[in-house]
Ligand binder design. Structure first.
Ligand SMILES: *[C@@H]1O[C@H](CO)[C@@H](O)[C@H](O)[C@H]1NC(C)=O
Ligand SMILES: *[C@@H]1O[C@H](CO)[C@@H](O)[C@H](O)[C@H]1NC(C)=O
Ligand SMILES: *[C@@H]1O[C@H](CO)[C@@H](O)[C@H](O)[C@H]1NC(C)=O
Ligand SMILES: *[C@@H]1O[C@H](CO)[C@@H](O)[C@H](O)[C@H]1NC(C)=O
Length: 250
């Protein structure tokens, strides 16, 4: 989970970046698409993380990692708008615990949200001791499970706070395509999960925890060939009975 990450504006970064669990969310200058959005760039790594990250032109980036136990980073690129069809393409592979997903925050109420497109075989992000599944919905050729989890006295974009995380988790993992952000936000609302005001944009990001992996992702570009799907790991070790309980259609 992107649990220890805080997005902040670059202008505030110098003041806050010294704290150990603070992320960095910079405003870029380059137009990624010919509308109002500008590139959002996310880079955060804790002191145990061992990664090689290169931010390419426009929405492109690549990253390799070999994290020891306790290593953790989040990198990504995206937009400052919302309500869009978020396109991306690229590659992602890991033999450890890592996620590929859309990521962002709202305030009033404070919410940290994720649309998980892929993750490693070590850990399904829904496997947690205090998660609730609200059901499934379909969008963009896939089915997503909707989950909520409380974060108690955890770091956030407004400082330490207690707030929910909203999760869409694709039931068949893939890398690349379109994420209809409106469809996810609407499904969460139907589940009673209310977002607030969007803050600091959203990125298609990689979180790498313990283990190795590599990714090369471009935000703003759709794949030109058919995207392969792989079966999503459903095993839950922390809540074994929570497996396959997302039966409601949202
Ligand atoms: C990742 O690994 C590949 C293969 O070794 C290398 O070509 C590339 O430069 C590395 N770095 C990044 C940021 O992708
Ligand atoms: C994503 O791709 C679709 C289909 O080409 C396009 O309609 C949409 O505008 C794209 N989204 C963005 C934010 O560029
Ligand atoms: C989950 O977290 C919420 C918020 O802190 C708390 O009220 C609830 O009791 C927790 N449930 C479990 C099963 O831990
Ligand atoms: C995106 O989702 C919204 C809300 O569900 C829907 O009205 C719209 O048609 C969807 N757009 C596409 C291109 O699927």
């Amino acid at each position: 989970m992107l649990k220890s990450i805080v997005f902040i504006l670059a202008t505030l970064a110098a003041a806050i970046v010294a704290a150990p669990t603070i992320g960095l969310f910079e405003r870029g200058d380059t137009d990624l698409i010919k509308r109002q959005q500008r590139i959002a760039t996310q880079y955060w790594a804790n002191d145990k993380a061992d990664l090689d990250w290169v931010s390419g032109p426009a929405g492109a980036y690549s990253v390799n990692w070999t994290n020891p136990s306790g290593g953790n980073f989040v990198v990504g690129k995206g937009y400052f708008g919302q309500g869009m069809l978020f396109n991306y393409t690229g590659t992602f592979s890991t033999t450890g615990n890592a996620y590929l997903g859309l990521y962002g925050w709202t305030t009033d109420p404070l919410v940290e949200y994720y649309v998980i497109e892929n993750f490693g075989d070590k850990h399904n992000p829904t496997d947690n001791s205090n998660h609730t599944c609200y059901g499934t919905f379909n969008t963009d050729g896939g089915t997503y499970e909707v989950w909520m989890k409380w974060r108690v006295n955890a770091p956030s974009i407004i400082g330490t706070a207690t707030f929910p995380q909203f999760w869409s988790v694709r039931t068949k993992r893939h890398v690349g395509g379109t994420i209809n952000t409106t469809a996810h936000f609407a499904a969460w609302a139907r589940a009673g999960l209310k977002l607030g005001k969007h803050r600091d944009g959203m990125v298609i990001g990689i979180e790498g925890q313990t283990g190795q992996g590599a990714a090369a992702i471009t935000a703003g570009v759709r794949p030109t060939t058919t995207v392969k799907e792989t079966t999503t790991l459903v095993h839950h070790s922390e809540r074994p009975r929570a497996t396959n309980t997302c039966t409601r259609k949202l």
